[in-house]
Design a protein around this ligand. Structure first.
Ligand code: SF4
Length: 202
């Protein structure tokens, strides 16, 4: 039963990425699906097995307050001081309680370098649809995680409210629940029946 569920989730995962380039076409015929929700569900068990110290929440700088009091570090990104102008500070505190790492990153390239430097093995990341799409096109995605340069990271993703580099927002309660062990994302929609592409088992 467990392996059948695992197979279904793997199939959904493969379909979701296989059909991703065609999703606007599929949307026009009423087939919608939430790619981050499908990927989150697929990776969650593996994510939960990673030790707390090797996990991180990495938030984009578009979520910080307009008059953010943080300094920027080349090594660690935006250093939140919990001035309470945005909710990044409370997430930082929650991560500390959980024994996870926490970062606010200014860019996707910075995030990739951060993952190497901090030896992160699993990460919850917030990003807009455009950034997720860019990531899917430019990053090798495998059954065992997302390859960011030299490292393979098990991801959990949450969408920001808008594609906007200033004053963006995210569903903070959902993010808290994801840190507290719940898959992010809505249930997957129905996908048409097509042959499977070859998956990366590495
Ligand atoms: S809570 Fe942290 S990230 Fe948010 S505005 Fe204040 S210092 Fe900046």
């Amino acid at each position: 039963m467990g392996s059948m569920t695992r197979d279904c989730s793997r199939l959904k995962f493969v379909f979701a990425f296989f059909f991703f380039p065609m999703r606007s076409l599929l949307g026009r015929i009423g087939l919608h699906y939430d790619i981050s929700g499908i990927a989150n569900a697929y990776y969650r068990r593996a994510f939960d097995r990673i030790p707390a110290a090797d996990k991180a929440v990495i938030l984009p700088h578009c979520l910080i307050g307009e008059k953010c009091k943080a300094h920027f570090s080349k090594e660690d990104g935006v250093l939140c001081v919990n001035c309470k102008q945005c909710r990044c500070g409370e997430i930082r505190i929650l991560c500390r309680e959980m024994g996870w790492q926490f970062y606010i990153s200014p860019s996707q390239n910075f995030t990739k370098r951060l993952v190497q430097r901090k030896r992160i093995r699993a990460a919850i990341g917030a990003a807009c649809e455009a950034e997720i799409e860019k990531g899917i096109r430019s990053t090798p995605i495998t059954f065992r995680g997302v390859r960011l340069q030299e490292r393979k990271v098990i991801p959990q993703a949450i969408l920001t409210d808008r594609c906007d580099c200033l004053n963006n927002d995210v569903d903070w309660e959902r993010l808290r629940r994801m840190i507290g062990n719940e898959t992010g994302g809505a249930a997957a929609g129905r996908l048409p029946d097509l042959p499977l592409p070859q998956g990366d088992e590495a």
